[in-house]
Design a protein around this ligand. Sequence first.
Ligand code: PEP
Ligand code: MG
Length: 603
Amino acid sequence: MARLESRHNVVIKGIGVSPGIVSGRAYLLDDMDVPVPYLHLHSASHIADEIKRFKKAIGEAKTELLDIRKAMSEEKGLEPLFIIDAHIMMLKDASLIQSTIENIESRKINAEWALMLTIEKYRKAFSKIEDLYLKQRISDVEYVGQRILRSLSETKREPITEIKGDVIIIARDLSPADTVQMKIGRVLGFATEIGGKTSHTAIVARSIGIPAVVGLERITHEIHNDDYIIVDGCDGIVLINPDPEIIKRYEDKSRHFRELEEDLLKEASQPAITLDGRRIDISANVEFIEEIPSALIHGAEGVGLYRTEFLYINKERLPTEREHYNNYKHLLEGKGLAWSTIRTFDLGGDKFISDPRLAKELTKETNPVMGLRAIRFCLQEIELFKIQLRAILRASVHGKTRILFPMISCLEEILEAKRVLEEVKRELTLEHIPFAADIEIGIMIEVPSAVLIADRLAQEVDFFSIGTNDLIQYALAIDRVNERVTYLYEPLHPAVLRLIKMIVTAAHKAGIRVSMCGEMAGEPAYTLILVGLELDELSMNPMAIPRVKKIIRRAKSTESKALVKKIMTLSCAADIEEYVKKYMVRRFPDVFAKEEDQNCSIS
Ligand code: PEP
Ligand code: MG
């Protein structure tokens, strides 16, 4: 194809998935995609050879991934990421291998074509999943497929660790394994055509702190090697060959961003105590153990929500008690975490599990979010529930443990969950297996009925954790994943504020503590309100922690109460939102940089 002339001052808008601004030389990584030939096999011996070739390619792909994993484990401060392990596991996936071999045999076709048919089957199955996070896991299957195809075609993508000089990588798609290598190499940032906020590639980029923009249509056609580009991961923008004056503006913006981040990180380990002495515990929401080092750097004091359902998802089989135990032990032993809140599995609804019997149990309810999920599913699958509880109890000797039960909607559910927990404790005692005596028990308050009986529920537990993601959805009747009603998903709806107030009042009256672990807790614009509503702990995405702490440390508890009093007199979410945003920008100008200061676009 004829090379097009480099263009100047081109701006492409995508999705910023890892904040920060970098500029430099573009480096186009060749496409992961390799041509897929079609061949018809005419004899039994050709078929046997093809199966052998396919198995050899799997072995080679596995060796490559093991090499990457080894290189990563030798890099100080970078633990082998779960994603590489997941990809290695996928290469052992019996159904992926078997289905491809069956295609070779029954259709008499070559391994490449047979593998593509298998991946297509997976693609169809994943497309039916509603949960965006899980839907995007098809990219992992595709990465693994591409690796096998590369081995089959005997072509190799150059290792990112060997790229010379500081570059910004441009690619159609990147695997999480590629992203991890950026930590070892000298990559400044990356921009890709494919991806979303919750893709593993994005998760890794955030955890290793490399600015990234994804979802940039045709970016690999727009950019040439050695073009000068700017990647703005904050606003999700890529600029190609910008004029010197634009470069200067972005240099200023980048410096400003870095200074702010450095500034925020300097203070991040300080406790969140208001000027008049009220302390709020600040913790992190984590989905994977590998996020913990970054959570600590960002100032997490504990883990406020460990979403254990990710131990079950995308796995060929259910996790064993030992696997659960090792995972929780790793979490609880982590230095620097004062406590870890392990939520029992919140499977069901829109969260996929691969075990065929359980998948059948869970799938295709007319309204799954209101169906068999979370604690309802735990209590129906008692044996599965007990395996997890045993593992948590056994691991509890390694660090301060809190157990959190999701989606409690009535008293009977917590009584039953506690009964099962006691049964497991008795069994462990009989087996002389130790567990901690001071494990705290909490429930997620995320269903309106739980708010209304919070005074009664508070008698049964040591703490509440407010799951605003679900509470807002159930209280306002807004499906949290339906983009057509997102405009109604209002954390500052007066009804939501009243619900939070009711929960805190009931909890404090009963002498128990309240945490908030929904996304609302990590929104700096809401921090003062949450202080005013007297939350005891805020648990959030680690990147949000420094800003939230900074606000708390510069605020007074009395001021936050006055703000809450004022907004409680307003009747509409929009009015409250406007009032609060204006207040916060005026009050904390260095945290909420003005829009016009940030606007560096060319137009
Ligand atoms: C919530 O509902 O706010 C919550 C934290 O749980 P999840 O997002 O996992 O449903
Ligand atoms: Mg929830």
